[in-house]
Write a protein that binds this ligand. Structure first.
Ligand code: GLA
Length: 660
């Protein structure tokens, strides 16, 4: 009797201690702020307990809360619930102090399912109550993403946030790093000719094109109807000589080895327009920044040749900033007179022989890129070209360069603040005119971060490609956003006119600001597939900017899939149309010259998702054959719709060929 009374009393005490009880049983609850928040990943600042991310009171719609967590958009927190949790409760919103500008979406994902989605929350509008059932859930993911307008001011308050559980207490954790998995088969032994099928050049100028081709070597190359003035080296597949008279010259090139042969038609289009397909290459910036040397550039060219990158279509080996002298620098070998008494630009002591360097690159059938700024100094504080535009461009041509990146940097000293469009165009017009008058083809890459809607006038001032945004290297967590903004400018994409969302920074990449040795890219493996697919669908210039000396098989598999590159290099030059599916997923569709379509299914979410695209949305009619481009496999036919399970942050990339 006494025991029974004790039991009843104990139960009563437990129930009252737990009030307000949610259901009978031994329940407990834990404040979100008392969990280990070092596992909370967020886009700005660090999480704060009982205050907003910037240390202000938690305050939603005029009400102050004393308990909770202040975080910031693009927040992700994983919590192990061990199937012991019952409910997640909180009031979520954007802190009142967020300048009227913040907007976010808060979601709870439980074992791959959406348990709660807030919709768009805006600052000053109070919070939304979350009371989600967690019964039976093993892993909970709490996310707060921006609502499509970037993360500025997205101060997220999770007021009175707590988890009610019974049994093993919840604990936060960091997801184990995703393991890279190589999807693409290694190139087969048969010859396969890759890369650009249409090549722009200007009549009478030096011509160089190495036919990119995979397959067993030795290989013999032949060409039918090669225009006079050009010769093909049968063992290397390098075409050299003088660009033919204006017009389209159709050349059938064949590569033959012991296993078989392959032929394609190359169109050599001699006229005014260069870069008829997006330029492809490597740029030193995110591998060597201000430590770049002649030896590193030569080595990079050798690696491009040796590793198969050149066989996949990569061509330009480009020096970025820091090859000139600087008025001041920590490396004395980079300090010296900026120009000689005749006003000629002087390379620094790490570049003793510019002509020799381009000859080394050209001997491999590759092309050489160089960098300068229209300003007095480059972004890294080296000699710019201001007042010497023509002299420098002629020097670059005399050295043998084929590509110029022209980086705004200190040119604001000339324009002052808020330059109008004419002022923004001016330096590029000057350089565009100079390059058009050279006796050498030099592709002009405008680098001014998208100011004045450069995509609308970049081609008119003589450019072939233009950066549409700031340096992606400092925002590799924003690849999807940068890509979607770049895709907005698709109307200006076409042969000789390319939107450039910046480099492919995978493998080992460095921090150009802080220096130090390059480290493994922060971009997770599935997202690397998405990165390369996005760039190809948008017909972006494909410049790898990681360490060429640390290329691993996974990185090469991302960079060198010829079927993916074929999408980028398609002669139509179309940038894909974006079709949103929901807040976290979208499809990109690109029309190809042969009537097929390249389609990417993208999943930005933290969980794998099934994505469905209706036939009509893809602009398709009738049955199509489907090719998985990353796996290089035919995966059947369909008359629509298409549904694929797409990994978190990743892509399913297919090409659809009409069967009728
Ligand atoms: C700017 C450019 C980068 C790089 C550096 C070099 O930041 O956007 O791509 O060229 O300058 O200083």
């Amino acid at each position: 009797m006494f025991h029974r009374m004790c039991l009843v009393l104990t139960v009563l005490v437990c129930l009252f201690a737990e009030a307000p009880a949610i259901s009978p049983g031994a329940q407990d609850s834990v404040w979100l702020g008392s969990l280990d928040l070092t596992h909370l990943r967020q886009g700005w600042g660090t999480p704060r307990v009982d205050s907003s991310v910037d240390g202000k009171p938690l305050r939603l719609g005029g009400v102050t809360y004393h308990r909770g967590v202040g975080t910031h958009a693009r927040a992700v927190l994983r919590i192990a619930l061990h199937e012991s949790a019952l409910r997640f409760r909180a009031l979520a919103g954007v802190n009142d102090s967020s300048n009227g500008a913040g907007s976010v979406r808060v979601r709870l994902l439980g074992d791959g399912r959406v348990l709660f989605a807030s919709g768009v929350l805006r600052t000053g509008r109070g919070g939304v109550a979350i009371d989600a059932d967690l019964t039976g859930i093993d892993t909970l993911i709490l996310t707060a993403t921006d609502a499509g307008d970037g993360i500025d001011h997205d101060h997220v308050d999770l007021c009175d946030a707590r988890i009610v559980y019974s049994g093993t207490p919840p604990g936060t954790f960091t997801q184990a790093p995703e393991q890279p998995s190589i999807l693409t088969p290694a190139p087969g032994p048969l010859p396969r000719i890759n890369g650009a099928r249409v090549i722009g050049c200007r009549p009478g100028h030096p011509f160089l094109h190495r036919i990119p081709c995979t397959g067993e070597r030795p290989m013999t190359f032949t060409a039918r109807t090669l225009p006079a003035g050009l010769t093909l080296d049968p063992s290397t597949g390098i075409i050299r000589g003088t660009a033919p008279a204006a017009g389209t010259h159709r050349v059938t090139v064949t590569a033959k080895n012991a296993r078989g042969s392959a032929s394609v038609e190359l169109r050599i289009v001699s006229g005014a327009t260069l870069a008829l397909t997006p330029p492809m290459g490597w740029n030193h910036w995110y591998a060597h920044y201000n430590r770049v040397t002649d030896a590193l550039m030569r080595e990079a060219a050798d690696v491009m040749h040796r590793t198969g990158m050149a066989d996949a279509g990569y061509q330009y080996v480009s020096i970025d900033d820091c090859w000139m002298n600087a008025p001041r620098h920590s490396d004395p070998l980079r300090v010296g007179p900026l120009r000689d008494p005749g006003g000629n630009i002087l390379p620094n002591k790490h570049f003793p022989d510019m002509r020799g360097l381009t000859e080394h690159i050209h001997a491999l059938g590759l092309k050489a890129g160089i960098y300068t700024s229209p300003g007095r100094l480059t972004c890294a504080g080296f000699a710019g070209t201001l007042g010497h535009e023509e002299q420098d461009a002629k020097q670059f041509a005399a050295w043998g360069f084929d590509f110029l990146k022209y980086d705004w940097c200190s040119y604001s000293e000339v324009t002052g603040g808020n330059p109008d469009r004419a002022a923004l165009r001016k330096p590029y017009e000057v350089m565009g005119n100079v390059l058009a008058g050279l006796d050498r083809d030099m592709v002009l890459n405008l680098c001014q971060y998208g100011m004045g809607n450069v995509w609308e006038w970049g081609a008119a001032v003589g450019g072939q490609c233009w950066r549409t945004a700031g340096d992606l290297g400092f925002e590799l967590d924003r690849i999807y956003e940068v890509a979607l903004q770049n895709a907005d400018h698709r109307a200006w994409s076409g042969p000789g006119s390319w939107n450039d969302p910046d480099y492919i920074q995978i493998g080992y990449v460095g921090n150009a600001m802080t220096g130090g040795e390059p480290q493994p890219t922060p971009v997770p493996p599935q997202m690397q597939y998405a990165y390369m697919s996005l760039w190809s669908l948008m017909a972006s210039p494909l410049f790898f900017s990681g360490d060429m000396n640390r290329l691993d098989p996974f990185t090469l598999n991302i960079l060198c899939n010829p079927e993916v590159i074929e999408v980028d290099q398609d002669p139509l030059g179309q940038s894909a149309a974006v079709i949103p599916l929901d807040d976290e997923t979208f499809v990109m569709v690109k029309e190809m010259e042969d009537g097929s379509k390249a389609v990417g299914f993208f999943n930005r979410d933290e969980i794998d998702r099934d994505l469905t695209a209706p036939w009509s949305a893809l602009g398709l009619q009738g049955r199509h054959a489907i090719r998985d481009l990353w796996r290089q496999q035919d995966i059947g036919t369909s008359a629509g719709p298409l549904t694929y399970r797409v990994p978190s942050r990743g892509v399913m990339f297919v090409r659809l060929r009409p069967l009728h």
